[in-house]
Design a protein around this ligand. Sequence first.
Ligand code: ATP
Ligand code: MG
Length: 444
Amino acid sequence: MIVMSEQRIKILIVDDVAETRENLRKLLSFGQGFIVAGEAENGKEAIALAKRVRPDVVLMDINMPVMGGIEATEAISVEVPTTTVIIISVQGESEYLREAMAAGARDYLIKPFSADDLVNTIRRAHEMDAKRRLRFAPVPIAQRRTGRIVTVFSTKGGVGKTTIATNLATELASHARKSVVLMDLDLQFGDVAIMLDSIPIRTIADIAKEDEIDSELVEACLLTHKSGVRVLASPLRPEQAEIVTAKHVEAILTLLAETHDFIVVDMPQGLNDITLTALDAADKILLVTTLELPAIKNARLCLEIMEALGYDQDKVKLVLNRSSRDIGLSIEEMEKILRRSVDVHIPSDGRVVVPSVNKGVPFVASAPSARISQTIRDLARVIGDGDADTVAAAAAVATEGAAAAAAATAGVAGAPVAAGDGRGRGARRRAGISGRIFSIFTGG
Ligand SMILES: Nc1ncnc2c1ncn2[C@@H]1O[C@H](COP(=O)(O)OP(=O)(O)OP(=O)(O)O)[C@@H](O)[C@H]1O
Ligand SMILES: [Mg+2]
């Protein structure tokens, strides 16, 4: 239920004519529950004042010197989103009115209007906005939720995010017996449903279509996979992705975290409003990379950005997928470039992964004894226990052999390898790759 505030509605009056401002004050005094928090003579003043006093409602004239009401409405809607703008205009300004509404105004009044018209319009617009804000309240996640959000992310495509996310969620749901939602945030080209051989009836787009979002709506849009994982699928068509905004994602994550143990989020590559919202809300970010040059370069940039965003070192876990492949770069070299060590090694195993993808059966279910499944199991156990610090240790046990094999082929990490030093062409090739990466970051 939505509880409306009993406090008085704080109003800012914006009009270039002093007499009009005075009249509005008088009309407002007929209604109860209003307080005039300030007056401005033009749009520019209005923006500055709105930022300072954060009024609930701005009564905005359209035509004013210095800066008009439409431009000011747009700025206030963006910069003080908790403020509701109501436009005051005269007959014959209908073209302006359309523009004002598009700029973010909630309602309008056409002169002359009565005190009742004014009071009712303010109350109605303020109430509607308050309801809307309550629905999309900014992350009260920290106070209310119990579930943990794990995002599987990369800044490079095709590194194995969906493979890891689907198997991790399946493992958590089936073996760890947790209530798990797998959310497909790859909104344009999500693969989660197909990887689980499922056909969604409803998707995240069906949630985004609604004005109000609550738990029942979100639950009604989940499908249940036979492993027990509840899936929130991405839209059925790429163009439907547009209707899903960061606010929706924030609200959905908040609601899901209130009712489930884990929310595993399969992310698209790249940083934008939506991915940043999910990353902010996450308890753990699994940053996936492979031993390939572009993936490493992007992982490093991503780690730098996450540090700048103030994310805890422990919040971000570095996952090296296909870590057992010898592709000319050692894990040590990569760790040196990234200035941190790999937390989780996932081996390469095309013979297990590819048929699993094609059949739509997660490999933790179809090949539970494979080493790659064991790695996911260790990852799930550690995430499930909430003991993040042992992620590395647990995963390393399962992949010891792989890491050792890769390390054995690596040469001396970071040290320049002279031609003819007896270590052969492979070592020289690796030194070249390493040099290229260093030059990317040193600008050389
Ligand atoms: N450990 C692995 N061993 C062998 N093959 C793998 C492994 N991990 C992923 N793959 C294969 O790599 C391909 C890409 O994986 P996936 O779709 O999970 O990547 P992604 O990061 O989600 O890609 P996108 O950025 O397009 O969403 C898949 O075809 C999968 O079969
Ligand atoms: Mg994917």
